[in-house]
Design a protein around this ligand. Structure first.
Ligand code: NAD
Ligand code: UFG
Length: 340
């Protein structure tokens, strides 16, 4: 297939590009590099054994999209481009609605004009808010979200449902990711957050490599096994493979389909720290601080729908995720900036 991957230079996009190329698809990345490095493209060439076509530009640029769709016939679009920092979204809501909602609308308009109706959208488990029970099924209510980032994802989901209802040619896969972590086993691709990481695993990795001093554990009084927050961590390579399965499924199944992409197992903050200590062989200092506002106690996925409808489930366990993060972090302590 000829696939356009928006945000393909980012963490999840780049790993998905590898899987697409390895499965024989023809890939074009569209990225404005606002949260990624151009050096990802060299690493992708190393891993894939070929250079991937790249359009440098913004998904909100309608004229650019028109030119891209006129230049070649795409069979499908995987839409990763967007902003993803929860705290930043509270401070800059318009930037988030503009990029995540506006960008998705502009993309869908350009796709419809070009007669391209297959779309995979990166959504998030955050659309479930504070779910009443675990594991979280796709049919659970959505929309009770506590921040603009999460709301932007929920809004795009609703827009895509309206769109599919308006025209039977659309075939859309909405993928609700749980907590993507890990890195490519080659050690060449991984997560490279700008500044101090907001998320647990990149933070832990930077403490292990000596860039940061001490992990802050956000609360130990949640009603969980050890009192710390529980999440469904999933290896980014597993997640990437889920996209290929979803792409195959929407070829057979038009309309809108929603799938959780998670492992279906919850691990606490302390579980993650211990697993990273095993992977790195280093003791990791931590201190318990106040809970982070807006965090839920626990969140893990029901995985049956993805298994039955996509034939996909995650393979890699927490130790493998941490081992791969450690390999990436140790060989690229300054992320992609280490490359000449
Ligand atoms: P990322 O920031 O690493 O990748 C996003 C990519 O999109 C970056 O390369 C960035 O430069 C690009 N981009 C952003 N805005 C753009 C625009 N307007 N035009 C063109 N390119 C643009 O993030 P990621 O972790 O790879 O996440 C990918 C998608 O998955 C995002 O939509 C994110 O919201 C969603 N998601 C991520 C997580 C997570 O924990 N990483 C969880 C749930 C959902
Ligand atoms: N945590 C810490 N210390 C840190 C960072 C996080 O203790 O320095 C804890 C959090 O309180 C939470 C767990 O580690 O219990 C995981 O936190 P992350 O920030 O890594 O991930 P979140 O579950 O908060 O958020 C992630 C994505 C969001 C997405 C959400 C969906 O980052 O984009 O999952 O559930 F919306």
């Amino acid at each position: 297939m000829n696939v356009l991957v928006t945000g393909g230079a980012g963490f999840i996009g780049s790993h998905t590009v590898v899987e697409l190329v390895q499965e024989g698809h023809c890939v074009t990345i569209l990225d404005n590099f606002c949260n990624s490095s151009r050096r990802v493209l060299d690493r992708l060439a190393q891993v894939c054994g070929e250079r991937v076509d790249v359009i440098e530009g913004d998904v909100r640029d309608a004229a650019l999209l028109r030119r891209a769709f006129a230049a070649q016939q795409f069979d499908a679009v995987l839409h990763f481009a967007g902003l993803k920092a929860v705290g930043e979204s509270v401070e800059q809501p318009l930037a988030y609605y503009d990029n995540n909602v506006g960008g998705s609308v502009t993309l869908c308009q350009a796709m419809a004009e070009a007669g391209v109706f297959r779309l995979i959208f990166s959504s998030s488990a955050t659309v479930y808010g504070d779910a009443e029970r675990m594991p979280i099924e796709e049919s659970f209510p959505t929309g009770r979200v506590t921040n603009p980032y999460g709301r932007s994802k929920w809004m795009v989901e609703e827009i895509l449902k309206d769109l599919a209802a308006s025209d039977p040619r659309w075939a859309i896969g909405i993928l609700r990711y749980f907590n993507p972590v890990g890195a490519h086993p080659s050690g060449l691709l991984g997560e490279d957050p700008r500044g101090i990481p907001n998320n647990l695993v990149p933070y832990v990795a930077q403490v292990a490599v000596g860039k940061l001093d001490c992990i802050s554990v956000y609360g130990d009084c949640y009603p969980t096994r050890d009192g710390t927050g529980v999440r469904d961590y999933i290896h980014v390579v597993d997640l990437a493979r889920g996209h290929l399965k979803a792409l195959a499924a929407i070829m057979r199944k038009p309309g809108v389909n929603v799938w959780n992409l998670g492992r279906g197992e919850g691990y606490s903050v302390l579980d993650v720290i211990r697993a990273f200590e095993r992977a790195s062989g280093r003791p990791l200092p931590y201190r318990v601080v106040e809970p982070r506002p807006g965090d839920v106690a626990e969140c893990w996925a029901a995985t049956e729908k993805a298994w039955h409808e996509l034939g996909w489930r995650a393979e890699y366990d927490l130790d493998t995720m941490m081992r791969d993060v450690w390999r990436w972090q140790e060989s690229n302590p300054r992320g992609y900036d280490d490359q000449p």
